[in-house]
Design a protein around this ligand. Structure first.
Ligand code: FAD
Length: 457
């Protein structure tokens, strides 16, 4: 007689808990018996890391507001959730994982949902491996709590240096500026490099208009310290005084515990699961520890985003329990905002960059179009800039980026839908989008931008 299938999930956040709950739901439908154990080395489960910058800004009252489901709620749903347990190694032949306390846990199916912790450069670390006082990353709920405390304790006139100008760097800049702190953003390349240069320039201008100092193209080399406390940041060619230093330079998949299993990892340490989440026999994975398949050029790319972790986790859980759901890749869509006082900028992208498009063999034509988010006579009308790119020969839409005021950002969804369906720039120009004066111009600006590109092909 065989017992229930023992599923061990490593990682209890977006991907891990989506897959665990979906597996149980599907198992009830397919009549399978599952015993689901989830191991997580952290202290919190199922929380919105995405909300941490807004907690830091004071828009969200407490870390508890960011928790979607508590450990108790998961357990009530029938999941054996064990927090504070780190998996340190895996034996695929014996089908076991070993924890930091030496406990050996057996599985029939293993789900790797360990995410990607923030990269912390050596210069931020004391010899004991902890960050210097006043220095930290923005990744976990504990990080959020530490930042809420540090910002509350910082006196008037305190200066926050943010290393990294990706979306987390920009969101943290918003949080610090809104609380009246001085802000310097230092970045190796350009700000918001997920955007084309002409669009990311608009973000840099907004940061400066809101009072931030932005230093592009610099490599941070170390901290200035007073004992264990940070007092400044050094880079090749300069220094800036700092009371607090936020390190937001990226993340790296947490897959070290798979070493020696023969499971293939990318150079960056990521897994490449199929649309159902399979990576090897009896091993599944989803979320930030994975790359995702971009449908437009059939490339694997590392995009550690919650939207993919949730979707892929759900498809994984369903497939593991006998269902057929699949996560069929993405079209590289992302959005954020920068909003301080009078300055409000929404920025979003979908599709390929010009560089990606050329690498994929396209003959791309791209144009920037400026317009308004609503009819010019309405008080809601704000400036918006759109970058639209299409292929000269096939007319296929290849990419769209948006930077603008209130209501600009979510326009990206219409463009993402066209990309998802493999449509042309003409589809985008002529499809039926909603119009009324408070929301759009009679010729919606996204469609004007598409039409202008269509006319140049
Ligand atoms: C500040 C911030 C803002 C963000 N904003 C957005 C946004 O606006 N939109 C968006 O789509 N995404 C956003 N994201 C990304 C999103 O939060 C992540 O993509 C998502 O949390 C990934 O979920 P995950 O389950 O794959 O990994 P994680 O959430 O990283 O969870 C992995 C879990 O695995 C555990 N773990 C790791 N290694 C081990 C081990 N060896 N043993 C046991 N447990 C282990 C960890 O403790 C952790 O709890 C943001 C992230 C941050 C930090």
């Amino acid at each position: 007689m065989t017992g229930p299938t023992r599923v061990v999930v490593v990682g209890a956040d977006a991907a891990g808990m989506s897959s665990a709950h979906q597996a149980l739901r599907t198992a009830r439908r397919t009549g399978r018996e599952l015993e689901v154990t989830v191991l997580d080395k952290g202290t919190h489960t199922s929380y919105s890391a995405c909300g941490i910058p807004y907690w830091m800004a004071g828009d969200v009252g407490s870390g508890d507001d960011l928790v979607a489901r508590t450990a108790g709620q998961h357990r009530e749903a029938g999941i054996d959730l064990r927090m504070g347990v780190e998996v340190v190694s895996t034996d695929l032949e014996a089908r076991t994982v070993t924890t930091d306390t030496g406990e050996v846990v057996e599985f029939d199916e293993l789900v790797v949902a360990t995410g990607a912790p923030a990269v912390v450069p050596d210069w931020a670390l004391r010899p004991d491996g902890t960050t210097y006082d006043g220095v930290g990353t923005v990744k976990t709920l504990d990080d959020g709590a530490a930042w809420a405390d540090r910002l509350a304790a910082a006196g008037d006139g305190a200066h926050v240096v943010i290393v990294g100008a990706g979306y987390i760097g920009v969101e943290v800049a918003e949080a610090a500026l809104r609380q009246g702190f001085g802000v310097t953003v230092l970045t190796r390349g350009r700000g918001m490099s997920m955007l084309e240069d002409e669009m990311s320039d608009l973000v840099n201008v907004a940061l400066c208009d809101a009072g931030a100092e932005v230093v592009l193209g610099v490599e941070v080399t170390g901290l200035v310290l007073d004992g264990d406390r940070v007092t400044g940041v050094r880079w090749d060619g300069g220094t800036r005084e700092a009371d607090l230093v936020v390190v937001a330079i990226g993340v790296r998949p947490a897959t070290a515990f798979l070493e020696g299993t023969g499971i293939e990892l990318t150079e960056g340490g990521a897994l490449r699961p199929d649309p159902h989440g399979r990576v090897a026999e009896h091993v599944w994975s989803a979320g930030d520890c994975c790359e995702v398949r971009r449908r437009l050029d059939d490339q694997w790319v590392f995009r550690p985003l919650g939207t993919y972790a949730n979707k892929h986790g759900r498809a994984l859980g369903d497939s593991l329990a006998g269902g057929t759901l699949s996560f069929d890749g993405m079209v590289d869509t992302a959005i954020t905002r920068f909003s301080v006082g009078e300055v409000h900028l929404e920025m979003a992208r979908t599709g390929l960059s010009r560089k990606d498009a050329e690498a994929a063999g396209h003959d791309p034509v791209a144009l920037v179009t400026e317009g308004r988010t609503a009819s010019g006579y309405m008080p809601e009308a704000e400036p918006i800039a759109l970058w639209v790119m299409a292929d000269r020969t096939t007319r296929r839409l290849l990419g769209v980026q948006v930077v603008g005021g209130h209501g600009a950002g979510k326009r990206i969804d219409a463009a993402a839908a066209v990309l998802w369906a493999g449509g042309t720039v003409d589809d985008l120009a002529w499809m039926d989008l909603a119009y009324a004066p408070p929301f759009a111009t009679a010729w919606e600006v996204l469609q004007v931008a598409a039409r202008r590109v269509a006319e140049r092909l």
